[in-house]
Structure formats: structure tokens, C-alpha cells
Ligand binder design. Structure first.
Ligand SMILES: NC(=O)c1ccc[n+]([C@@H]2O[C@H](COP(=O)([O-])OP(=O)(O)OC[C@H]3O[C@@H](n4cnc5c(N)ncnc54)[C@H](OP(=O)(O)O)[C@@H]3O)[C@@H](O)[C@H]2O)c1
Length: 284
């Protein structure tokens, strides 16, 4: 019987781990801020005292941490021999290659499994995972992701899943940024925003994310679903990866500038549709 470990019980990690707790016989979790582990304890998971203890107890360890620096800290000194590390956070492809080398050097196996989705799809077990790594290890890990993910797509060797995740981010973020600009344009032209929402929600361009964001834009509800600071981190990864591949990225460059202005204006902890404030600010 495989004991599964889960490290990183943040905005998206906590609902993912709760779904896993309901599905696997033995789950051991750890989070730096200990109070965030309590819902997992209540769901029957074992709460480890340290991240190192998770690697002792579990054969497969899922990491859902903020960034690569957090993963470095957790892997530092961890018992990696015979362990499979499943990295689900969004980091740069270069950092993921480095983590892969660290885990292999310690005698373990490494799988990339970044996800598309946010807290609500995570609560519903409806994330989309992109997988990369050695084929046999990826196939072993795949069933484990089923309680958290509606679909899993194998993308190739490390770091192709993370690069794929960045590609899908261009599509998702430009959809939402376009919607924000449409609301701003309509408002400045004196149009009825309720009618704009109805048209946007029913036309060919409607999607689950555009419907969620159009409701928020209509209500000027900037409460957090995907935080502007985290989106800016992801756009930086997209910009760097585009530059490294010699790919043109005009939309990414524009979104990069807009999100930098959004965070600099103090909206980093709000949902990234708060970039509406930047569009509304007087131009100098
Ligand atoms: N939220 C989304 O919609 C979404 C969607 C797709 C992908 N992602 C990606 O998934 C990852 C997690 O996202 P999130 O929204 O859950 O972020 P979050 O709410 O900020 O949670 C980050 C997690 O990392 C932990 N952490 C940060 N620094 C640490 C360190 N030095 N040592 C140990 N633990 C550390 C935090 O622990 P504490 O609780 O102690 O702070 C927390 O558990 C990110 O890479 C993000 O880009 C997020």
C-alpha cells in the first residue's frame, strides 16, 4: 500500500489535498503554517511535524508550493531515495529541470504535474493536469491524480508539462484581459454593462472562466480567485520562456506591463481583474 504525502496546503493545495484524503487510504500532509493542516487532520490525514517526516513516511510526495525556492527548501535534506516527487506548482521550466536533477541525484523519481484551474475547480476535483517525466513513472502517478483532476494530459519529458502550462496560460490570461478591456470600453462608451455581460456569456466567446469573470466585473467584485501577484509571477515565467525560445510574445508583453502596474498600484492580493483600475486610471 502506497502512503501518499502532500506538502503545501495553500489556496489551491488545501482543496486538492482534501479530495485526495477522501480517496487514498493513507495521506500524510505538512504545511509551513500549521493551522492550515487542521482541515486535513479533520478529514483523516496524518499531519507530519516537519516536511522531512513526510518523505520518511510516504513513497509518493506531492508538492503544491508557491515557487521553486519553497520547493528547494522542502527538498533540502529530504529522504529522496526510492521516493517519487510530483511537482504540481507553477515554476519555470529551467527550475523544474534543476529540481528533477536534485531528486534523481538523491535516488528518487520526478514528475511534473502543473495544473490548469483555480480554487473552485480544485474543490470540485476538476483541475486539468499536464504531466511530464519518464513514461513508466508518469503512468504510475496518473491514477493518483484522478481525485483532484478531471483530465490528465501527458506532454513528454521534463520540462514539457510546465512549458505547456505556460502556453495554456497565454490563452486563458488573454481571454480574461480582453474581457476586462471590453467592460472598460463599454463603460466609457456609456453602454449597459448588464447587456454586455449577457452577450458575452451567451456568444461564441463564452467559457467557464469568462462567465465567472464577467459576473465579477459587473459587480466590481475584486475578491481573490487568482491573485494579481501570482498571475504576474506566471506572466514573468511566460515572458522568460518566450524569450528563451525566440517566440514572439506581443500579448504576453502587454499583459506583463498591465499586471506590473496593477501590483505596483497595490492590487497584488486582489483578483487579477483588478487590472481594470489600471485601465481606468487617468493617462499622463
Ligand atoms: N491558485 C490558483 O488558482 C492556481 C492555479 C494553478 C496553479 N497554481 C500554482 O500552484 C502553486 C500554489 O498556489 P496557491 O494559490 O495555493 O499559492 P498560496 O496560496 O500562496 O500557497 C502557497 C503554499 O506554499 C507554501 N510556502 C510558500 N513558501 C514556502 C516555504 N519557503 N517553505 C514551505 N512552504 C512554503 C505556503 O505555506 P504557508 O501556508 O505557510 O504560507 C502555502 O502552502 C503556485 O505555484 C501557483 O502558481 C495556482
Amino acid at each position: 500500500m502506497t502512503t501518499v504525502g502532500f506538502i503545501g496546503l495553500g489556496t489551491i493545495g488545501q482543496p486538492m489535498a482534501l479530495n485526495l484524503a477522501r480517496a487514498v487510504p493513507e495521506l500524510v500532509v505538512w504545511n509551513r503554517t500549521t493551522t492550515r493542516s487542521e482541515p486535513l487532520r479533520a478529514a483523516g490525514a496524518r499531519v507530519a511535524a516537519t516536511s522531512a517526516e513526510v518523505f520518511v513516511l510516504a513513497q509518493v510526495v506531492i508538492l503544491m508550493l508557491a515557487d521553486a525556492a519553497a520547493a528547494d527548501q522542502v527538498l533540502d535534506g529530504a529522504h529522496l531515495d526510492g521516493r517519487t516527487v510530483v511537482h504540481m506548482g507553477t515554476i519555470s521550466p529551467a527550475d523544474s529541470l534543476r529540481l528533477d536533477a536534485t531528486v534523481r541525484a538523491g535516488g528518487g523519481a520526478y514528475v511534473e504535474a502543473p495544473v490548469s484551474g483555480s480554487r473552485v475547480p480544485a474543490e470540485r476535483g476538476e483541475l486539468i493536469a499536464m504531466l511530464a517525466g519518464e513514461t513508466d513513472v508518469v503512468e504510475n502517478v496518473r491514477p493518483l491524480l484522478a481525485p483532484m483532476c478531471r483530465e490528465t494530459h501527458v506532454c513528454g519529458p521534463v520540462p514539457d508539462a510546465l512549458t505547456m502550462k505556460l502556453a495554456t496560460n497565454i490563452f486563458m490570461l488573454s481571454t480574461v484581459v480582453g474581457l476586462v478591456e471590453a467592460f472598460h470600453f463599454a463603460a466609457r462608451n456609456g453602454l449597459d454593462l448588464t447587456t454586455l455581460r449577457a452577450i458575452a456569456d451567451s456568444g461564441q466567446m463564452a467559457s467557464s472562466i469568462s462567465r465567472v469573470k464577467s459576473a465579477k466585473l459587473l459587480d466590481r467584485d475584486f475578491s481573490l480567485q487568482a491573485g494579481a501577484a501570482d498571475v504576474l509571477k506566471n506572466i514573468r515565467l511566460m515572458s522568460d520562456a518566450a524569450r528563451a525560445a525566440g517566440a514572439s510574445g506581443p500579448l504576453t508583453e502587454t499583459m506583463h506591463r498591465l499586471l506590473e502596474e496593477t501590483v505596483a498600484a497595490g492590487h497584488g492580493t486582489e483578483d487579477f481583474i483588478a487590472l481594470l483600475h489600471v485601465l481606468e486610471a487617468p493617462r499622463t
